[in-house]
Design a protein around this ligand. Structure first.
Ligand SMILES: O=P(O)(O)OC[C@H]1O[C@](O)(CO)[C@@H](O)[C@@H]1O
Length: 526
């Protein structure tokens, strides 16, 4: 299945990407547009035969059948025997979605309507601040989206607490008024130690201030009974089915802080954007299919060409948390070592994903991206226009920087160009050579750019759904289950054991390193 890709990848190592632009149609041929967005992947070493080999790979892995199985509610999350239906949360079409013979849409629509009523009430006051307590998928999505859509906020301020480190909740609650704060405890399982510890601390904070936490706590959870046991009124508990994975859950009740911040109507626009991407993913031809192409390019760079990481570089300060969000989405989904059958993978699974918004990253790690020894495929995202018309000159500079970076990665600077610079600066002889060597940029470094009109709720919905489906495409072709996360379990179990060591309730472990660290922490008064 991979042999053809391996062959074209071998040839691609000698390709000069700039040279590929001697074809004047390259930018058009290696890009695709959809609903206000242009995805340009022409600044990669992909050629027509290489792309064809990748498309054949997708065909052989039967991505289309797996995609149909996902949307149809088949239990494609095989290690947890569950369907994968986050797409149902944004299904506004009126079409049923069946799970084991019943339509799940009535429940989803009813919960969304309840969320909207709750959000409207909260938005009318006297609540001034909302604190969402959750972690991982119960935190990263709403935190990222609330920040991304700041220009659309007309509700109470939203804050996020995730870390079990008491510093997180202490800093967040400092300055808030317990009498006008709503706490949302967001946990699919309602057992996550960080979230339950923080929730108890928030509850004590309110009680200490003489405020009854009862009416000022809401819960978002699949475990409604546990939320009720915890004392949260059933009318303020919003559930979702176990067919929605944590990192795919921003579209439903986990998105409640976003709905409160921007209002139910705009939240619906956010869903509409994702729904449009779902339609596109299912119906667009392979050469126009943005998630399919993004997934194939990911595989091309990591599995094909062996680049170990990829950088996500949003030129948008409000997307500052997108890289963190994508780290969970991509690495928790595709950071696996066995295939669906349980056999060890014969090729690498998902890459390390990292990034920061531009232009800040330029003044930090772009040095390595441009001149380091590792090639880092870069995924740029940028809106053509901002939300501050009076600051349009800032935005133009932002766009200019984004486009300049992909151009610089592509063209680089040759030794002759560097020598000319040094000559102009007055250097001669061996010193000119030495100085010039430091100023060479190898270039020929691949990047893609997703440019869109403006970061509206709809556009954000499209972008997140685009990345979700990209993860799906990569996972199917790698033959792994992108929807479980067994790798996070062991550390959680051992944390309980180590906690008992820290309190002195059990003897230190035979692992000498941990024993010494525990002893140090105890001696220092942990
Ligand atoms: O919503 P919960 O059940 O508190 O879980 C939070 C997060 O923990 C994880 O299980 C990983 O630790 C994530 O997959 C999940 O998003």
């Amino acid at each position: 299945m991979w042999s053809e890709v391996e062959e074209v990848a071998k040839a691609a190592r000698d390709i000069d990407i700039t040279g590929l632009f001697s074809d004047p149609t390259r930018a058009e041929t290696f890009s695709t547009r959809f609903d206000g967005m242009l995805f340009d992947y022409s600044k990669t070493a992909l050629t027509v035969p290489a792309r064809a080999a990748l498309l054949t790979l997708a065909q052989t892995a039967d991505v289309a059948a797996r995609r149909a199985a996902m949307f149809a509610g088949e239990a494609i999350n095989e290690t947890e025997a569950r369907p994968v239906l986050h797409t149902a949360l944004r299904n506004l079409s009126g079409q049923p979605v069946m799970v084991e013979g019943s339509d799940i849409m009535a429940e989803i629509t009813e919960t969304r309507a309840r969320m909207a009523r709750f959000a409207d009430t909260v938005r009318q006051g006297p609540i001034t601040d909302v604190v969402n307590i959750g972690i991982g998928g119960s935190h990263l999505g709403p935190e990222m989206a609330v920040r991304a859509l700041r220009p659309y906020h007309d509700g109470p301020r939203c804050h996020f607490v995730s870390n079990v480190d008491g510093a997180d909740i202490a800093d967040t609650l400092a300055g808030l008024n317990p009498a006008t704060t709503l706490v949302i405890v967001a946990s699919k399982t309602f057992t996550t130690i960080e979230t339950m510890t923080n929730a108890a601390t928030a509850q004590a904070w309110m009680t200490r201030a003489g405020v009854n936490p009862g009416p000022q706590f809401a819960a978002v959870s699949s475990a409604a009974a546990r939320a009720a046991d915890w004392g949260i009124d059933a009318s303020a508990v919003f559930g979702f089915g176990d067919y929605v994975g944590g990192r795919y859950s921003v579209w439903g009740p986990i998105g409640l802080p976003l709905m409160i911040a921007i209002g139910p109507d705009r939240f619906k626009d956010f869903l509409r954007g994702a729904e449009a991407m779902d339609q596109h993913f299912q119906t667009a031809t392979p050469l126009e299919n943005m998630p399919l192409l993004l997934g194939l390019i990911g595989l091309w760079h990591h599995q094909g060409l062996g680049h170990g990481t990829r950088a996500v570089l949003p030129y948008d300060q409000r997307l500052a948390r997108l890289p963190a969000y994508l780290q969970q989405l991509e690495m928790e989904s595709n950071g696996k070592r066995v295939s669906m059958s349980g056999a060890a993978l014969s090729r690498p699974s998902g890459p390390v994903v990292w990034g920061e918004p531009g232009t800040n990253g330029q003044h930090a790690f772009y040095q390595l991206i441009h001149q380091g020894t590792a090639v880092v495929p870069c995924e740029f995202l940028v809106a053509a226009t901002g939300h501050e018309p009076e600051l349009a000159h800032h935005h133009r500079l932002l766009v200019a920087n984004c486009l300049a970076q992909s151009k610089a990665l592509l063209r680089g600077r040759s030794l002759d160009e560097a020598r000319a610079l040094m000559r102009d600066a007055g250097y001669t002889g061996p010193e000119l050579e030495r100085q010039a060597a430091h100023r060479v940029f190898p270039g020929n470094r691949p990047s893609t750019t997703l440019i869109y009109d403006r970061l509206t709720p709809r556009r954000l919905g499209q972008i997140i759904a685009l990345y979700e489906h990209r993860v799906f495409v990569e996972g199917v072709i790698l033959g792994i289950n992108s929807f479980d996360q067994w790798g996070v379990e062991l550390g959680k179990v051992l944390a309980v054991d180590v906690d008992a060591m820290l309190t002195g309730d059990t003897n230190p472990t035979r692992d000498g390193s941990t024993a010494a660290l525990v002893a140090f922490a105890r001696a220092a008064g942990v």
